[in-house]
Each structure stands twice: as structure tokens, then as C-alpha cells.
Design a protein around this ligand. Structure first.
Ligand code: NAD
Length: 454
């Protein structure tokens, strides 16, 4: 519509000179690190989020994301380069918009696209010629073209000419000390080659390596392949743990030895199940899309089935181990060690620990937890506060279940003071205990010396 024949050149020039303004929609685990990196690189950043509480905290220089320091947030807010806001109208001031809103599943495991649709509608109200829009939220292939493109064309904007639209998946790995926003290669796929070119120029400002693909659908699928790959391989090693249990073989020994092969093998480790807002959810976006095309994604479904059964498998181990000590789950004091969904982070979203705790409580156990990174967990309106790890608490527990193997926990101290340890992560590998009976995920057990068993 605009007749602005120079939209692309103008935008590229603004990006090149760092005089562009970028708006990030959604300031969570993905959006906040990106906002801070763009601000550090010299762009003016508008951080738009619907949560007033979050925006107020960011304005005060606080950070709710582990990998972003409060000092960094405070510095970019103070410098005026980062403006957190709940005012949607500020999107109109942006030359670039990046969308990082949640893409959860509804109870039936179908995609919940409501956040993306709300963000897209907001953009639709404020888009103008000379704008580049990039969707980062993980989603099913076709979303960028089906949900975002029509909102722009309805405004009379010609994509690839007046405005530029692309998908670029986020690959943040919370807690990873090596790979963060700037040094993790970023995949970009635009609706047209001009869209890809502009989106690449945008991300090149703060990301070292950009990988261009030919379409948004390819970029959407890259993310789904990456996380489906993880889900399937974790499902495979979880099944291998069950196989090893039945064969009386130590699964960790088998995996470690297999991992010495210098080619053709990639190490994955079994555990109590998968958590976080990516691996348990993302493959279902692809499975859902394929269901609409009458195709059943069997690998995804099978991996999901095995992975979601792992908390129950751990609880079965606890039941058997207690049985060996002539105790029932009902009435036993059980201490869960680690509730975050993975090591050294504080995020409990979709954590298998929540399932393990619920299953034990359902059977009448008195469950307590300790996690150096999590002070309390809330589920269905109930709150459970964590306890400090002490010799007294370890000794008082009928069973200690290691669900997440945080590095900050002294596992020698645990096995020296607990009576029974069920280790779902191999955190006690190589430790010898004077007191605890240690039961591992794949069935191998270390017994304490006879004298200590009384
Ligand atoms: N967390 C990760 O490690 C990770 C990694 C890769 C990809 N992703 C994907 O990135 C996307 C975002 O995930 P996240 O973990 O950052 O989510 P998050 O829940 O941490 O943050 C999302 C933010 O978006 C805000 N929001 C919701 N609707 C909004 C709207 N209409 N307008 C403005 N703000 C809105 C929320 O208030 C929240 O602050 C998801 O699609 C997720 O699958 C996440």
C-alpha cells in the first residue's frame, strides 16, 4: 500500500547505524535476555508485557530470569535504552518487533495459540510500513504464514516490500554457562527473501552467527526437530533404563561405555522424566499439526508415553525399596531432593518432581523436599515449602529420592546420613555409604555394611 519503495533500504540503514527501535513482546525466559542483548548492542528497546507486576519489577532493575543479572537489567533501564511497558500503543514506535510469548498446551495436549494470537492482534493494530516482525515462540509449522501474515495484509501492507515477516526460533538453554543468546547460532526463515535478509540484519546486531533457511515453515520445523530429537532420545534411554533394570545391568555403565565411541553415538541420560516448557510440549505442536493432516507421528507419541511414565516408575522404585525395609509408602516420611526440572536451575515448570511428589502423596506419604534453588512449590492452590538439608532430616526420612541432581548438594553427606536413597540421576555414582542402602533407577543397589543395617 505504502508506495514506500525504500522500506527495506531504510530499515537496513537504521539497523546498520543502530538507530532502530525494537519492541520485544513477552519478557520471559526468552524475551528478557533478547531485550537486554539488543539494548547492550545500542538499540532502543521497548519491552512490552501484559504483566504489570513484571514490568514494574523490571523498571526497578530486578530480573526474574536466572541467566540475566539484575545489574544488567538495571544498567539498560537506567541508560534509557530499555523501556519495559504494559502500553501496547508503544509498539507503533518500533522498527522491529520480536514476539516471545508463551505457547503452552491445553489439557487435551492441543496447542494453546491464544497468546500468539493476542500478540499478533496487537501488532495488527500498530504495524506500519518499514517494520520487521519476527515470531520467536515455538509453534507448529504454518503459524507465521497463517496467523501473522493475514493481519498485515488486511492492513494493506505488502509483506516483503512494506513490511518484513519471519520466524526465528529461540534456542536459549537456561543455566548453560557456555551457550547464551549472543553465541548460539540463530535460524531465520522469512516469508520472502527480503524478509529473511532484513531479519538476518536485525539479529546480526547481537548474535554472532545467523543461519538462513528458505521459509518460515522450515524455521518453525527446525525448532520442532531439535526438541523432538531430544524427547525421542531421552525416551530411548529411559526405556533402556527399564530394560537394564529387568536384566540387572547398570544402565549408566552401558551409556558411559557407549559414549566412548568417537562417532555415531550421542550421549543422553535417563531420569525421572522430562520437564520445562520446551521438550515435553514442543513435539506435541508437530503431532497436533500432523493429526490435522491425518498423519500420526509415532516417534513423538511413543517418546512422550515413555517419558511421562517415568515419574510413576520412580515411585514404583520407592515402593519396592520401602517394601524391602518392611515399610509402606502410606505413612512414610519421604524426602525429595531437587524439584527443578533440571540441574542447577530454579524453574519447576512441568518438572517430573511435581508428579513424583503428587503420586507419593496420593499413596499417603508424608513428603518434604529440599532444593537449593527452589524455596517453595505451588500446585493446584497448595503450597509446599522446602526444608533445609540436615543430618536430622535425612535420618528422619524413611526414603530420600534424588529427582534433580543439583551440583550444590553434597551427596556424600546424603548417603552418610540417610537410611534409604532412591537415586534417579546417578548422583551417588562412585560414592560408598556407611549407612544408606542406595537403589538406582536401573535396579542396581548398593548395600551398606552388614553392621550398619540394624
Ligand atoms: N524457556 C525456554 O527455555 C525456551 C526456550 C526456547 C523457546 N521457548 C519458547 O519461547 C516462547 C516464550 O517462552 P518463555 O519461556 O520466555 O515464556 P515465559 O512464560 O517465561 O514468558 C512469556 C511472557 O509473555 C508475556 N505475555 C503473554 N501474553 C502476552 C501478550 N499478549 N502480550 C505481551 N506479553 C505477553 C507473559 O506475561 C510472560 O511474561 C514459548 O513459545 C517457548 O516455547 C522457550
Amino acid at each position: 500500500m505504502s508506495g514506500n519503495t525504500n522500506a527495506k533500504a531504510d530499515l537496513l540503514a537504521k539497523l546498520e547505524s543502530r538507530s532502530a527501535t525494537i519492541a520485544i513482546i513477552g519478557l520471559g525466559y526468552v524475551g528478557l535476555p533478547l531485550a537486554v542483548e539488543f539494548a547492550k548492542a545500542g538499540l532502543r528497546v521497548i519491552g512490552y508485557d501484559v504483566s504489570k507486576r513484571l514490568v514494574d519489577a523490571l523498571k526497578k532493575g530486578q530480573s526474574h530470569v536466572q541467566d540475566v543479572s539484575a545489574a544488567d537489567v538495571a544498567a539498560v533501564v537506567k541508560s534509557g535504552r530499555f523501556t519495559p511497558t504494559t502500553d501496547e500503543a508503544m509498539l507503533a514506535e518500533a522498527d522491529a518487533i520480536s514476539i516471545a510469548v508463551p505457547t503452552p498446551l491445553v489439557k487435551t495436549r492441543d496447542p494453546d495459540m491464544s497468546f500468539v494470537i493476542a500478540a499478533a492482534a496487537a501488532i495488527g493494530r500498530h504495524a506500519h510500513p518499514g517494520m520487521v516482525i519476527v515470531l520467536e515462540s515455538t509453534t507448529y509449522p504454518g503459524t507465521t504464514r497463517e496467523v501473522l501474515l493475514p493481519l498485515l495484509t488486511e492492513r494493506g501492507l505488502v509483506v516483503g516490500h512494506d513490511v518484513f515477516l519471519a520466524f526465528s526460533p529461540e534456542r536459549v538453554d537456561p543455566g548453560n554457562p557456555v551457550y547464551q543468546t549472543t553465541n548460539t547460532p540463530k535460524v531465520v526463515g522469512g516469508i520472502t527473501p527480503a524478509c529473511t535478509e532484513v531479519a538476518t540484519a536485525l539479529y546480526s546486531i547481537c548474535i554472532q552467527s545467523i543461519v538462513e533457511v528458505s521459509s518460515p515453515e522450515a524455521a518453525e520445523l527446525v525448532k520442532l526437530l531439535e526438541n523432538t530429537f531430544r524427547s525421542v532420545n531421552i525416551g530411548l534411554v529411559n526405556e533402556m533404563a527399564i530394560v537394564c533394570d529387568k536384566l540387572g545391568v547398570d544402565v549408566w555403565e552401558v551409556i558411559d561405555a557407549a559414549a566412548t565411541k568417537p562417532f555415531g553415538f550421542m550421549k543422553f541420560t535417563p531420569g525421572p522424566g522430562i520437564g520445562g516448557h520446551c521438550i515435553p510440549l514442543d513435539p506435541h505442536y508437530l503431532a497436533w499439526k500432523m493429526r490435522t493432516l491425518n498423519y500420526k507421528t509415532r516417534f513423538i507419541d511413543l517418546a512422550s508415553e515413555i517419558n511421562t511414565q517415568m515419574p510413576a516408575y520412580v515411585v514404583e522404585k520407592v515402593t519396592h525399596a520401602l517394601n524391602g525395609a518392611r515399610k509402606a509408602v502410606n505413612g512414610s516420611r519421604i524426602l525429595v531432593l531437587g524439584v527443578a526440572y533440571k540441574r542447577d536451575i530454579k524453574d519447576v515448570r512441568e518438572s517430573p518432581a511435581l508428579d513424583v511428589i503428587r503420586l507419593l502423596q496420593d499413596q499417603g506419604a508424608d513428603v518434604a523436599f529440599h532444593d537449593p534453588h527452589v524455596s517453595a512449590i505451588r500446585e493446584d492452590g497448595h503450597e509446599l515449602a522446602g526444608i533445609a538439608l540436615s543430618a536430622k532430616e535425612l535420618d528422619a526420612a524413611d526414603a530420600v529420592v534424588i529427582v534433580t541432581d543439583h551440583r550444590a548438594v553434597d551427596y556424600q553427606f546424603v548417603v552418610d546420613h540417610a537410611r534409604l536413597v532412591i537415586d534417579s540421576r546417578n548422583a551417588t555414582a562412585g560414592l560408598s555409604s556407611s549407612k544408606a542402602r542406595i537403589v538406582r533407577l536401573s535396579g542396581t543397589t548398593s548395600e551398606p555394611p552388614v553392621a550398619a543395617r540394624a
